[in-house]
Design a protein around this ligand. Sequence first.
Ligand SMILES: Cc1cc2nc3c(=O)[nH]c(=O)nc-3n(C[C@H](O)[C@H](O)[C@H](O)COP(=O)(O)O)c2cc1C
Length: 220
Amino acid sequence: MNLDEAIRNRKSVRQFLDTPVDRALVETILERANLAPSGTNVQPWHVHVAMGAKRDELVSAVLAHRENAPQDASAEFPRTSKRKEPYTSRMRQLGKDMYSLLEIPRGDERANFNQWGRNYKFFDAPVGLIFTIDKDLDAMSFLDIGMFMQNIMLIAHQEGLGTCSQGAWNQFHTVTRRVLSVPDDRFIICGMSLGYADPNAPVNTLVSAREPMSSFATFN
Ligand SMILES: Cc1cc2nc3c(=O)[nH]c(=O)nc-3n(C[C@H](O)[C@H](O)[C@H](O)COP(=O)(O)O)c2cc1C
């Protein structure tokens, strides 16, 4: 697979098969992803790989916790972004397209709650990745972790695996921290599901829209 093909064909997978993923393959993906660039080469990424019994323990603990609290009371790290256009329309469009593929009617709160909750089962993927960052690093290093994550997504895709990045995981940072023994000096910033995509799941046919280049590029 060449790079252009990988970039064009990768898309988020939200229904996985229970086919196990070899630990050696996960290690290969992470070793190659580690070649991501980072500002002054600080390599700020740390990833907690949840597989097997630990993955199941994490899923059970978060889902149990979520039945009583929709999310942790305090944010894991400052998230001050305001909902405004054009971003809200794009979010809404994604939600509309996804929920129509899932046949979840608008306003069905329980079905919505359950579907969002599938994030915390890693959409049935056998491998869950939780990305953390040292609390003393700044926004520049968050960029670096994004690049590391993108490498993982593209390499996984090349290896025949699917992924879904999941900001959802920082909503339950307290339980996640406890189960995975994440040190207190690190923020839990994002999760990612990793596994073999279910080829028959309608949700996996979702192709999200992109704005034209003229809307985001300014040539001076
Ligand atoms: C940082 C980040 C966080 C995300 N969080 C979630 C999430 O919590 N749950 C989810 O289903 N998808 C999540 N996504 C997937 C996005 O919705 C998806 O990347 C976007 O709609 C574009 O679709 P594509 O990945 O299929 O190209 C996240 C993606 C990124 C990059």
